[in-house]
Design a protein around this ligand. Structure first.
Ligand code: SR1
Ligand code: MG
Length: 423
């Protein structure tokens, strides 16, 4: 049967028929329903009690196609089950940073969840130049806890393997394999270029064996390294913030993959925000005290270092409680510490490689980011895009040689200060 989105009346009647939702909404006589989704995949509604509008929930429903494209791109509706399971798992690990799921319906492929009415999408706040003082602490905590507790560093091996199999999300992973790791690196019809974008810049990347090999390695890792339960799409549009709180939403791409993929997504989006400042600084509503671009780079530093410190602390604490080491006991623990150091260096390099892929896909591929697309000055937008591509290329190709996050920041500043002849 052809899919029809629920009408407001149908949704209203449905929500009133679910006892826990009916109670949460203060036993509404009438509900105000508004479709508010601007994401690429699903329909999203706000449903509020018409008499007490502060009693409100979010309803998210998966249509049997990709919303961005329409019925010509069919998708299984079971993706909603992956998202619900991931929200529940991440919510158990980090309740302060994950919206609550109140109700999930596996026949209608919808869920009812916490409405974050005093929060906004981080990408919008960053474009306006808003400082979020707790953002880095919150995101580093979220990353450390979700990535550590989903991994073999914490879970028993049999539990982990069961979890990997239960979270297989092949259809959405295929979107990432194509749109992040494949199409931007070939002359694919789904790629889209801005008006003044110098095509030679992308042709240069396509012709670079070092870049192509690096991207191949990242794609291989994405497809094979089932390290932990990932969010899978952790860009700044998947984060909601206010001055006090940070929530991570929309884990429909969740699966067991390489840890660096989530970390890289955050770093990539901060770098895209950074390179876009030449435009947004002119239009920002907020007057930041220090240049806002410095604050953005500080967030990258604080998120990586805060994540690394907490992740290693969780690992050590778990080992000392369990009295067992991942690599076997050497009595003094020196080998365990050496392994940890090696592990974190490898994770850092992987995060940079994934960040590079994610920056390139947003410039070259079909799904772009508003930080860049909202730049109305075509020449300036092209300059921003070239800088982002140059930075991404260096992150990918030099990822094993970049010693630490300070070097990433220095690289971003160097590229921002460079005039590229082709633009
Ligand atoms: C075709 S879906 C495009 C993108 O939207 C999601 O947010 C993911 O990033 C996906 O790659
Ligand atoms: Mg999303």
């Amino acid at each position: 049967m052809e899919f029809e989105a629920m009408s407001c009346d149908e949704l209203s009647a449905y929500l009133r028929s679910v006892p826990c939702v009916y109670a949460l909404l203060n036993e509404p006589g009438e509900l105000d329903i508004a479709e508010v989704g601007d994401g690429n995949l699903n329909f999203v509604y706000f449903a509020s009690n018409a008499k007490t509008p502060e009693k409100s929930v979010v309803v998210k429903q998966a249509p049997p196609f990709l919303r961005l494209v329409g019925k010509s791109w069919p998708l299984t509706r079971h993706r909603m089950e992956r998202e619900v399971a991931a929200l529940r798992r991440f919510g158990a690990l980090c309740p302060q940073h994950v919206p609550r799921v109140y109700h999930a319906d596996s026949e209608r492929f919808l869920m009812v969840m916490q409405r974050l009415s005093s929060h906004r999408i981080l990408r919008q706040g960053l474009m306006e130049g808003v400082v979020y003082p707790k953002l880095a602490a919150h995101l580093s905590t979220y990353l450390a806890h979700t990535l550590f507790f989903g991994s073999d560093l914490y879970l028993a091996p049999d539990v982990k393997k069961q979890a990997v199999s239960a979270a297989i999300n092949s259809e959405l992973c295929k979107i990432t394999e194509d749109l992040v790791f494949t199409y931007p690196f070939e002359d694919h019809p789904s790629n889209a270029y801005s008006a003044a974008f110098p095509r030679a810049e992308i042709e240069r990347l396509w012709a670079s064996p070092a870049l192509r090999v690096a991207v191949g390695e990242m794609k291989w890792s994405f497809m094979n390294d089932a390290e932990t339960l990932l969010h899978g799409d952790l860009h700044t549009g998947s984060i909601m913030v206010n001055q006090d709180e940070t929530y991570v939403i929309d884990p429909e791409f969740a699966f067991y993959g390489p840890m660096g993929f989530d970390i890289g997504a955050v770093l990539a989006n901060l770098l895209l925000a950074y390179f876009s400042r030449d435009w947004h600084d002119r239009h920002a509503r907020v007057n930041a005290k220090a240049p806002y671009r410095d604050w953005l780079l500080d967030q990258a530093t604080l998120i990586w270092s805060g994540f690394a410190d907490q992740f290693v602390a969780l690992w050590r604490e778990h080992e000392s409680r369990r009295k067992s080491r991942f690599i076997g006991d050497d009595h003094r623990g020196a080998c365990a510490e050496a392994f940890r150091t090696h592990f974190m260096q490898r994770l850092f390099a992987a995060s940079l490689g994934f960040a590079g892929c994610k920056m390139i896909r947003r410039i070259v591929g079909m799904a772009k980011v508003a930080d860049v697309t909202s730049i109305a000055d075509e020449a300036l937008r092209a300059t921003v895009e070239v800088r982002a591509l140059r930075c991404a290329e260096r992150l990918l190709v030099e990822r094993h040689a970049i010693a630490g996050i300070d070097d990433v920041i220095a690289l971003a500043r160097e590229i921002q200060a460079t005039h590229y002849a082709s633009t």
